[in-house]
Design a protein around this ligand. Sequence first.
Ligand SMILES: [Zn+2]
Ligand SMILES: [Zn+2]
Length: 155
Amino acid sequence: MKRFDKKGMLVIPDPRKQESPTEKILVIEECYCPKGHSLISDRVVFDKFKGILFKAKRQEVSGMIALSPVYGEKNRISLDINLVDGETWDFYCPECKTVLPNYKRCDCGGQLITFFTSKDADYNHSIGICNRVGCQHATIHLGEELLTQSLLESF
Ligand SMILES: [Zn+2]
Ligand SMILES: [Zn+2]
């Protein structure tokens, strides 16, 4: 069984799918704010995988959002806030309150927000998650490459 590990990401056969053990998933194991605080938290767990937990703010309202660390999965939990489709939120580090930077505009009109997978805030090792509720667009950057689901199969 080959395991691929790169800068906080792990590609493994999906342990939850006994009937199709070759199906692979990418799990974000490390995730940081621009100042190097970890956003992976065992306070919110999705199918045994620790979630990505961060602060979200919109106008005067703020709360927390937790995302599944499994790439492509749409599981999400929000605490203290209601997420309404179409709204855009700003994302912050819960520890130092630094805003998580925009990476680029999403096709939906929202912004892809950068979550670094290495402590040194390197955009080449990051994931981009759209800040517009209802848009599930997420990108993963490995060096110069943009990771796609089909690329997962080659690991
Ligand atoms: Zn921080
Ligand atoms: Zn979007």
